[in-house]
Design a protein around this ligand. Structure first.
Ligand code: ZN
Length: 205
């Protein structure tokens, strides 16, 4: 039976925290391809296909359509190769320095996948931190509730009836305002536009 088509997400890579360094090629044999050029749009389309078709995404539940620009600090260039007289597309900005570059979308897609994985991991860590923090807020709320409850003890008020078990953090529901982990992730990304990307790309030089 045919699988239903996967949802396609418009995704602007320039909104991802990036390891791009803004390094550019030196010399007269390079011409930058800007995001206004049709060639840039074509590059993003090819990059989308390469990323979507990568074997590491075989079980992915959505497809990407890259729109807008490249990750911060990366630029695309036409390189007129001396000797052959041919133009190749090269992508500069890798932390490895100005002599390290990617050759075409097929070469760059591996680093994009690494960058997306590094961001997903970091986002999961931020969310785990929020869950941990909310847990401590919940526990404090229960202890505070029980303390106040005890203070009210007296004729006609049995604090045992209103005591909350601190071992069940769900008892704190309504007693405190949990931090929204999606909001925290967005805030973290806004404050940290740079991310270290563990890189195993094989770069030409
Ligand atoms: Zn890489």
């Amino acid at each position: 039976m045919a699988q239903p088509p996967l949802p396609v997400i418009d995704f602007d890579l320039s909104r991802l925290p990036s390891d791009g360094t803004f390094t550019r090629p030196a010399g007269a044999h390079y011409t930058q391809i800007t995001s206004q050029d049709q060639e840039f749009v074509n590059f993003l389309a090819t990059l989308s296909i390469r990323v979507n078709n990568d074997p590491t995404r075989a079980r992915a539940t959505r497809l990407f359509r890259f729109v807008g620009s490249l990750p911060r600090g990366y630029t695309i260039w036409w390189h007129l190769t001396r000797g052959t007289g041919k133009y190749t597309k090269e992508i500069f900005g890798h932390p490895g320095g100005p002599t390290k570059y990617f050759r075409g979308a097929e070469s760059f897609k591996d680093h994009i996948l690494e960058m997306m994985a590094a961001n997903e991991l970091r986002n999961r860590q931020v969310k785990a931190g929020v869950i941990h923090y909310n847990g401590s807020l919940a526990l404090n709320a229960i202890h505070y509730h029980n303390y106040r409850n005890l203070m009210l003890a007296g004729p006609g008020y049995d604090p045992n009836l209103f005591w909350l078990d601190p071992r069940n953090l769900a008892n704190a529901n309504g007693l405190y305002t949990p931090v929204d982990s999606d909001v925290e992730v967005r805030r973290y990304i806004q404050n940290n536009p740079v991310i270290a990307v563990p890189c195993t790309c094989n770069l030409p030089r």
